[in-house]
Ligand binder design. Sequence first.
Ligand code: NAP
Ligand code: BGC
Ligand code: ZN
Length: 357
Amino acid sequence: MQAIAVYEGTNEPEIIDLPQPEPDDGEALVRTLRVGVDGTDHEVISGGHGGMPADDDYHVLGHEAVGVVEDANGTDLSAGDVVVPTVRRRPNGDNEYFERGEPDMAPDGQYHERGIVGAHGFMADYFTSPAEFLVTVPPELAELGFLVEPISITEKAVEHADASRSAFEWNPESALVLGNGSLGLLTLAMFEQRFDRTYCLGRRERPDPTIDIIESMGSTYVNSNETAIPEIPDAHEAPDLIYESTGYAKHPYESIEALAPNGVLALLGIPGDWEFEIDGGKLHREAVLHNKAIVGSVNSHVGHFEAAVDTLASLSEPFLDNLVTGVYDYENHEAAFVNDNSTIKNAIQFSRYEERR
Ligand code: NAP
Ligand code: BGC
Ligand code: ZN
């Protein structure tokens, strides 16, 4: 079968030939439909994040997949089911986080992430997975099912942000998303359904397709070149929730100041090391005297994927049409990895739902 991988020492995805995997007990064989590309994939390709499987000198990419069960192999699934795989797998044997269904809370070293760290990803004609990590999706979502994984990331982050505000009566009205990449825009669409007023910060000038999407949702675009985060309360309002999805390491510190009293800041970006000066005393005081919460969040579990399936079904068609800028057959995978201002969310197609091989 064909797969898309990067070889050790290279930064170029290429098509490679691999044997079709065979499911072990408890695993199903899945025919891949589509696999999305996000900022993390670019970090994996450049070597900035993640790591190869220990025994191989290549890494099959991709962690945002949707496929069709080809062989249920005695599991509770049925051939023909449309499924989305979760990302984390047991590294070497079980551990408490996997045992209780919360692999997303496992610390570094106690998980592999398919396509990211220690395990091959889903960019291949077929993949196998334990059935416990396959979430079924209605057939009508087969084409867009690759968006379930990124949506699940926000389902988790918001669950944790809400939990941090559950000890008192919190009635948030406004939310600010930092970053107009695919994660930021998906999150903004989710926030549109919940908050009275939403804002999205980017660094792009008009005309730009992401600004069009932001405004078409009724949200306000904040250009960080004109309005720095600490100026947002005066220019607009102090948001009750700030969701960081830029990976720009100064943003968390600027956000503590901008947040409304009793607000919560959710951090999703994964920056490299960067030393800079901050007024730690001021930020410390601000967080304490205004009861502000800061929540870091990574990955997601089966429950978040299930919630994400419902959320995906609720998102508007015009928004999704504008978000998905390209779906390319795997032979043309280079186009899917183009990372400039003309692309938002790209995906690679391995087969079609209707196809039978
Ligand atoms: P992405 O496509 O690279 O999006 C990042 C966006 O942030 C881009 O639109 C970028 O703008 C914008 N940005 C960066 N620096 C900025 C600045 N200084 N001011 C204003 N805007 C800025 O990545 P993504 O896939 O959406 O993911 C977003 C981040 O979340 C990444 O760091 C990724 O690693 C992380 N992530 C984390 C998780 C998790 O589980 N915690 C899951 C998925 C992704 P331009 O495009 O104009 O450069
Ligand atoms: C993936 C998560 C993963 C995180 C850190 C994200 O892009 O969507 O599943 O946990 O990267 O590797
Ligand atoms: Zn991702």
